[in-house]
Design a protein around this ligand. Structure first.
Ligand SMILES: Nc1ncnc2c1ncn2[C@@H]1O[C@H](COP(=O)(O)OP(=O)(O)OP(=O)(O)O)[C@@H](O)[C@H]1O
Ligand SMILES: [Mg+2]
Length: 262
């Protein structure tokens, strides 16, 4: 199985990259072979697993241009079973450069098709940028499903409706198999009434799509990237790491039940 999941929300700073890195690490610790694709010109996922900027020559930008030879762009990380294709700021020019290219929304899907035949990874996690631009559309076209991190704050649900509309549009036009695998509440603070209100609303509107596991606001999670490590490695026993491990198990259970990769 080569299950391709986009971690997506057009809202900035909601925990996409943190979730990508830590879920990737949690799956890898469970013995799955994982590839993270950093599809954000900010390159935060690359930094977060310890790949320095000056070590990102073979980046996703170059792969999207070459459209071949994927293996050449895969980097191993310090974490066993966890590989990454990095991003750097070059990627920000990609959209305008391919503006005239026919079928540009399918570029990433074609590239990953090669990998699919080899069946080398259990899951491929795509860390999306905070926009609904071509990069995000390419990710949605290439994926079986999406996981949406939702920050427990006031405007969170408003953006979510817009996002789900976009996902449905892609599903009805460019990628019929696309499913919303789940929504995860992030940076949750149980002492904050507003967080509980957002949780109640999200569960009311989106029911089973919202994972039971929520990611608490946790200082160790925010410290980890500056050490080039997932929180799960930086402090395995902090509340945030424990939550991501629990979420990974919940996700795997749900994936088996609904067979999202089919
Ligand atoms: N559970 C958490 N507790 C505390 N801090 C967190 C938590 N999750 C994420 N953060 C911090 O919040 C900030 C935003 O998180 P992150 O980079 O994962 O969001 P993002 O959605 O990927 O952002 P962008 O839209 O810019 O790509 C980061 O500084 C991160 O370290
Ligand atoms: Mg990010």
């Amino acid at each position: 199985m080569n299950h391709i999941v986009s971690i997506i929300n057009q809202k900035g700073g909601v925990g996409k990259t943190t979730s990508t890195i830590n879920l990737g690490c949690a799956f890898a610790n469970l013995g799955q072979k994982i590839l993270i694709i950093d599809l954000d010109p900010q390159g935060n996922a690359s930094t977060g697993v310890g790949i320095e900027n000056n070590d990102r020559d073979n980046s996703i930008y170059k792969l999207l241009n070459e459209r071949n030879n994927l293996q050449h762009y895969v980097k191993t990380t310090k974490i066993e079973n966890l590989d990454i294709i990095c991003a750097n700021v070059e990627l920000s020019g990609f959209e305008t450069e391919v503006a005239e290219v026919k079928n540009r929304a399918f570029i990433l899907k074609e590239i990953l098709g090669d990998l699919k035949e080899k069946n080398q990874y259990n899951q491929i996690l795509i860390d999306c940028p905070p926009s609904l631009s071509l990069l995000t559309v390419m990710a949605l076209v290439a994926s079986n499903s999406v996981i949406v991190p939702l920050q427990a704050e006031f405007f969170a649900l408003e953006g979510l409706t817009q996002l789900l509309k976009t996902i449905n549009r892609i599903k009805s036009s460019l990628n019929k198999r696309l499913e919303v695998e789940g929504i995860v509440l992030t940076m949750f603070d149980k002492r904050n009434k507003l967080c509980s209100q957002v949780e109640d609303e999200a569960r009311k509107f989106f029911g089973e799509q919202v994972y039971q596991t929520m990611i608490p606001r946790n200082i160790r999670i925010s410290e980890a990237p500056s050490h080039g490590l997932p929180a799960l490695v930086y402090d395995k026993y902090c509340a945030g790491s424990i939550a991501y491990e629990k979420l990974a198990l919940e996700i795997i259970d749900k994936q088996k039940k609904f067979n999202f990769a089919a």
